[in-house]
Ligand binder design. Structure first.
Ligand SMILES: Nc1ncnc2c1ncn2[C@@H]1O[C@H](COP(=O)(O)OP(=O)(O)OP(=O)(O)O)[C@@H](O)[C@H]1O
Length: 334
């Protein structure tokens, strides 16, 4: 390890693995990746500090073949930052090419390489629900009974989504742990009146291109193209109903198998988070109540809790109780 780092003039980053604290752990060459050494190498504050060191380390990591052996890539090779810019570049399929699947090789920092189809591992499926923290705790003698009965599995129809336990298991295995869906909103009136360009092209249900207007050093304008791939891309023509069907609907049956699910929106101001999210809880609640009334779930005595709160300025407010302050949150950064 020390020699490996030394070959790039980074020997000062190596410390003995027995010495905890700031610095890089050392280990067997074959354990470079698995033993937590690479994460340490990349850890901010403990790893390389200067840009030059980072570039050297980057080249060094690239030269690894991930059997823990160093390949013969020259360390002096100029640094090319990872980019998702494809201006006039490779076809869309190239998005999955090895070099774009993460600079550090498959499996590390590579979300595409993750098998995200194991949403419902057996452990997760048997985990009991936790009661909402906002609901007074009840002593319920039936609780164990409920859990064991619920573990019997599914057998009832639910709007064609679930037919049999077997079928639902197949469905489960097709649902990833994380699903990222992008929704493009149409240009608004202001943007149209200002004759602004539409900078997003949706190619199909998974790929989009962002056209980024840029200026060269000589102030010539040009457009940089960035192609991105997501689990689903919804264009400006889709309805909120279609958004629901693509995002939340598939996870409703799954939560009845005692799996926790979260749906959140992320985006810059005015991008359509509220517009998109607002109808979802109502649709989800309708489907949940519908499922709760299916005989198979009725017998399992499920309970439905609802809480609705806001975190703003480090404070937690209960929106179902006249915005009562529930707690002041303190965030510590270490
Ligand atoms: N898909 C869409 N179709 C039609 N109008 C939309 C769409 N998405 C958003 N809008 C409109 O764009 C405007 C901004 O949307 P919205 O308020 O949802 O953005 P936001 O991301 O929640 O913004 P903020 O972060 O500032 O709260 C609203 O007038 C909304 O009606």
């Amino acid at each position: 390890m020390a020699r490996w780092l030394q070959s790039a003039g980074l020997q000062h980053l190596a410390v003995s693995s027995s010495a905890p604290g700031p610095g890089l752990a050392m280990g067997m060459a074959g354990d470079l990746r698995g033993g937590g050494i690479l994460p340490n190498l990349l850890m901010q504050g403990y790893g390389p500090q200067s840009i030059e060191e980072k570039q050297k380390l980057y080249m060094l990591l690239r030269s690894l073949n991930f059997n823990g052996e160093s390949a013969s890539a020259p360390i002096s090779e100029p640094y090319t930052p990872t980019t998702q810019s494809f201006s006039g570049g490779p076809p869309i399929d190239g998005f999955y090419s090895p070099e774009l699947r993460g600079e550090f090789g498959a499996g590390l920092l590579d979300l595409h390489a993750m098998d995200d189809s194991e949403l419902l591992s057996e452990n997760v499926a048997s985990e009991p629900f936790e009661a909402s923290p906002f609901v007074p705790k009840e002593t319920d003698d039936d609780e164990d009974d409920i859990i064991s009965r619920s573990q019997q599995g599914l057998s009832e129809n639910y709007g064609g989504a679930i037919t049999r336990e077997k079928e639902s298991n197949t469905k489960e295995s097709n649902v990833g742990k994380i699903k990222v869906v992008v929704r493009k909103r149409p240009l608004n009136r202001k943007e149209i009146s200002r004759k602004e360009d539409d900078v997003i092209d949706v190619h199909n249900s998974q790929f989009l291109t962002v056209h980024e207007p840029k200026l060269k050093v000589d102030l010539t304008a040009y457009v940089d193209k960035h192609e991105f791939c997501f689990d689903a891309v919804l264009d400006e023509a889709v309805t909120n109903d279609e958004v629901y069907r693509e995002t939340v609907e598939p996870i409703i049956p799954i939560i009845f198998q005692r799996t926790k699910a979260t749906c959140f929106a992320y985006g810059q101001t005015g991008s359509g988070k509220t517009y998109t999210m607002q109808p979802l809880p109502l649709r989800a609640a309708q489907d949940m109540v519908h499922l709760l009334h299916q005989p198979v779930y009725l017998s399992q005595n499920f309970k439905l809790w609802l809480s609705y709160f806001e975190i703003y300025g480090g404070k937690l407010y209960d929106l179902l109780s006249e915005r009562r302050l529930i707690a002041a949150l303190h965030f510590y950064t270490i």
